[in-house]
Design a protein around this ligand. Sequence first.
Ligand code: EPZ
Length: 417
Amino acid sequence: MDKLIIKGGNKLKGDVQVSGSKNAALPIFVSTILAPGKNEIRNVPFLRDINTTIKVLESLGAQVVGNGHIVTIDTAGINSCEATYELVKTMRASVLVLGPLLARFGKARVSLPGGCAIGARPINLHLKGLQALGAEINLEHGYVEAKAKRLKGARINFDISTVGGTEHLMMAAATAKGETILENAAREPEIVDLAQILNQMGARIEGAGTDTVRIQGVTELFPTTYSVMPDRIEAGTFMIAAAITGGDIRISGMKPEHLDALVFKLQDAGVEITSRDNVVRVKAPKKLKSVNIKTRPYPGFPTDMQAQFMALMCLAEGASVISENIFENRYMHVSELLRFGADIVIEGNSATVKGVKKLSGAPVMATDLRASASLILAGLAAAETTEISRIYHLDRGYESIEKKLAALGADIVRVKE
Ligand code: EPZ
């Protein structure tokens, strides 16, 4: 197993390029099931979750060929409608194959994902939505078994804003008979990216990115070529890396408008942010100020940036209150940040972070993807050496993060444990 060794204290400087978005690429890969033939997906990040998605598609009978950041997925030969526990348990987004398989073949058998490090994360709203589209759903031996002759359009009102649920039903409804209306739909940019590729395949989806998505079902979808949007969470993580190290960096290839909530909060903390032609310059202030955040569905402050922002607040002047409103257990990084000498108290879904003068490097353990990122950020700012073990979580969602940080001047290396 690999670990990261960081000698903290270097101010980051220079340029960094953002990779393609993990959370957009995953449903985009899955959507190719609906368009039998050769689909070409560009700007694909090199990540473990992408490899897992490729394994899922190959296990169904698709042929997948990678060439750098371009991946060709030929879904003409799909001949299995089952996604096994082995695959789904390693990456819960695999469950999204259920709707597209059902839409194309009239049946599917997909393992239930189970809980995960950040919360219970049920898929009840995905299943309720598929039932509303006319699917017959049975849960047997840990698997969801779904059947339907042809899905039929319906009006679906989500109880909670769900990113995966919105994406899943958008895909399932694309070839359903008649109109589907998704109300209280999630509005994340990754949903807009998915709607764009589906429309390029021939779907008729309107309103993605708002809370009402209208889908006029079509009879079939056709293969296409599509370039994945930039990863807003990777971009946000680099913004905080600059802010926490007293740095001054330029981030290219990102869409700053996808990160408004974070940008406003960083500016409140005193960070200078300017942007021109999708290049964003982030300059740390002499002293960071404390700010409160509440995670919310998009366009609110993203839960996927909460752990990283908390690392930043550990070194701000004053006290900051951070409330996590999306996942019930997303504070696994707190006990590790305490090992750096941070002052954080959790009560219910809120954490009070009192800024300290300095963090000191420590051996710590990564527990999930964004928690791992927060430990790197703390390590970059901490005095002396930090060792982060179990970094396989990080490889799920950040492409070559240690190389990108080293190019910005960080002293960070990956070693075999
Ligand atoms: C997506 O997860 C992202 N994953 C997550 O990113 C992200 O944290 C999350 O959206 C919120 O922004 C991918 O896109 C692959 P949800 P998803 O359905 O779709 C509850 C990362 O670090 N819920 O919007 O699974 C759920 O438990 C990851 O990159 C139900 O109750 O999230 C949660 O509390 C982690 N029933 C809330 O809704 C359901 O059927 C929002 O979850 C579905 C969800």
